[in-house]
Unconditional design. Structure first.
Length: 203
């Protein structure tokens, strides 16, 4: 895939994320729940997600993906995260494959709204491809880097939903061969945060 194509994918992903955040912000501004609380410094954040991806550099097909994150909000504007993604990839030549990603990420929030918080994200980590057929398994290890964005939409004081779009570059090593794959992902998650300064409110 050319650098121009990668650029179009990145631009499309960011544009979609910003558009979604803008629509959500407009909707929530008209009828925002009074119980919303926004990002709280010092709080923990857990989320579980499911989504859809296009392995543009592998089989060109769309696949579901599942995963989750655990993170710490350093401030209302930045968080450090650990993330895990499981991606079933169907089969090729009779071998069923799946990809697992384990990594770290940073989320940079834009603004400090109590209801809708758009953000940009960057991540990197370990990539493992597994395949099996008739009891015989194959695997390859590598790394990944990802960039994207989305929005945290607070439906209550400590929880909400989080749509996200990202572009990933996955690199795997097969013996002496290196395989690079471009992946475009869209996910939706439910998140919950607790602790931090907001938990010390007086009754």
């Amino acid at each position: 895939m050319s650098h121009r194509s990668i650029g179009r994918i990145l631009a499309g992903g960011f544009s979609a994320a910003l558009l979604l955040a803008a629509i959500a912000a407009s909707t929530f501004a008209q009828s925002a729940p009074v119980s919303s609380g926004g990002v709280t410094a010092g709080s923990l954040d857990l989320s579980g997600n499911a989504g859809y991806s296009n392995l543009t550099g592998a089989d060109g097909n769309n696949h579901v993906n599942f995963g989750g994150t655990a993170g710490f909000n350093l401030s209302p504007y930045a968080a450090l995260l650990g993330e895990y993604t499981y991606m079933p990839m169907g089969s090729r030549s009779g071998v069923a494959f799946n990809t697992q990603l384990i990594g770290a990420a940073t989320r940079l929030n834009i603004g400090s709204s109590k209801h809708v918080v758009p953000y940009a994200l960057a991540a990197f980590g370990f990539d493992r491809l597994n395949g099996s057929e008739s009891g015989v398994s194959v695997s390859a290890n590598g790394s990944y880097a990802a960039f994207g964005g989305g929005a945290s939409l607070y439906l209550g004081r400590s929880w909400g939903i989080r749509p996200e779009f990202r572009w990933e570059r996955q690199q795997l090593t097969f013996s002496t061969l290196v395989s690079d794959t471009n992946v475009v992902l869209g996910t939706g998650s439910i998140f919950y945060q607790w602790g931090g300064r907001a938990s010390k409110r007086r009754p």
